[in-house]
Design a protein around this ligand. Structure first.
Ligand SMILES: Nc1ncnc2c1ncn2[C@@H]1O[C@H](COP(=O)(O)OP(=O)(O)O)[C@@H](O)[C@H]1O
Ligand SMILES: [Mg+2]
Length: 393
């Protein structure tokens, strides 16, 4: 049983955010103390964990991403299996915070996107996140908010990016123009002009974050490596700038926001195509990874020039997500984005790997409070909506 009125009134709340992004590397869990709600929200991070998927589960997820292998039976079964893994990750995060489950007010769980169809015309889009929230609530006895994206899409939005609202609450500044850039599988940015209100936000997916880098690394290593740890391969290679130019001619990069993308576009097929072109041009393994890394960097830098700078100044670029742990990506971004300063969310007390998980803790708080959590200027939705579905403890 959950007394939603009492839960709404609790201040501060201890909230666990759970996120598994398009990289499908693992589950990020964050425990935060959330004070207030809406524009008054203040967040103190207590602990965070990243729980990598066991290899068989990761393989199963990739089978689900692909329509020929993602059968209804496998999706049905894995929805429950993933609910259990999410509950386990939440339990580990709660233990890392030195708390007990009965001290936690709420869990906000994004789940795992297995398919996303951006709306080409009004009402035509769809999205599917799995990781059964009922299993999490049953295992831990904590109320859960899940399935955040669907209401925004039902209101005509892209269902993404949803972290914009949290980026605004956490990082806005009266005097400095800021881009909050997530470097997950996909890259997405929230631009916060100085002193601007929530209506002044611009947010969209810049294109690949780590997804193409991971894709070519997996192909080159025959599956032995999942990513370019510490940017070691990229640092040893030389990017093929002409090939990057060709790749940047893809109409996705020039098309104006709102826009979102995903594994459907920049997944394994894309990486295989890039690798084939690179081989024809005689590139070494390291050169291919450097080229994929430069693609991410240049797609971000050019998107900022085309879409952010006409809206206002850019003083800080605040990066988060796994790619912020790739020093080559970070250095090349800093070089391309000068004079803006590239910083990480850690400087604001938010562990960079946990930033998106914290965002879903914040969105869960908004859901139980009854506040909208989408930013229509970012998602393209017709109006603000309350995001998420509530499962009692
Ligand atoms: N130490 C590191 N060096 C290089 N890349 C890293 C490192 N740590 C994480 N990453 C990259 O970050 C990715 C995971 O980022 P994450 O923010 O979890 O993305 P997503 O939200 O798509 O799951 C990994 O797949 C990898 O590409
Ligand atoms: Mg991840």
């Amino acid at each position: 049983m959950t007394d939603w009125t009492a839960l709404r009134a609790a201040d501060p709340k201890i909230i666990v955010g759970l996120m598994s992004g398009t990289s499908a590397d693992g589950i990020d869990g964050a425990v935060a103390r959330v004070h207030g709600s809406g524009v008054q929200t203040r967040v103190e991070m207590i602990a965070s964990v990243t729980v990598p998927y066991p290899s068989p589960d990761r393989r199963e997820l990739f089978a689900l991403f692909s329509p020929p292998t993602g059968t209804v039976e496998r999706i049905c079964a894995f929805n429950f299996r993933l609910g259990g893994l999410l509950a386990q990750a939440a339990a580990e995060a709660i233990a890392a915070a030195k708390l007990r489950p009965d001290q936690v007010h709420l869990i906000g769980s994004h789940g795992q996107t297995i398919y996303h169809i951006p709306p080409q015309s009004a009402g035509a889009g769809s999205t599917l996140q799995i990781g059964e929230a009922a299993v999490i609530a049953e295992r831990l006895g904590i109320p859960v908010v899940s399935d955040f994206r669907v209401r925004d899409m039902a209101a005509g939005g892209q269902g993404a990016p949803l972290v914009t609202y949290a980026d605004y609450l956490l990082f806005r500044d009266a005097r400095r123009g800021r881009a909050v850039q997530n470097l997950g599988g996909i890259g997405n940015v929230s631009y916060l002009p100085p002193g601007g209100g929530i209506d002044a936000l611009l947010a969209f997916d810049t294109g690949p974050g780590n997804m193409v880098i991971n894709g070519v690394v997996e192909l080159i290593s025959g599956g032995a490596m999942e990513f370019d740890r510490e940017g070691g391969l990229a640092a040893a290679g030389r990017p093929d700038e002409a090939l990057v130019e060709t790749l940047l001619a893809d109409p996705y990069f020039a098309s104006p926001p709102p826009k979102t993308t995903g594994r459907e576009k920049f997944g394994q097929g894309y990486a295989a195509g890039l690798l084939a072109s690179a081989r024809q041009r005689g590139l070494s393994d390291a050169d291919v990874v450097a080229t994929a890394t430069l693609l991410t960097v240049e797609s971000i830098a050019r998107a900022y020039r085309a879409f952010l700078l006409p809206r206002g100044p850019l003083d800080d670029v605040i990066i988060g997500g796994g790619g912020s742990h790739n020093p080559v990506l970070r250095q090349w971004l800093a070089r391309s984005l000068r004079p803006a300063q590239v910083r990480t969310t850690d400087e604001w007390g938010i562990a960079s790997l946990a930033k998106e998980a914290v965002a879903f803790a914040i969105l869960a708080n908004e859901a139980v409070t009854g506040n909208p959590g989408n930013v229509p200027s970012a998602t393209g939705a017709a109006h603000p909506v309350v995001l998420g579905k509530l499962v009692p403890a």
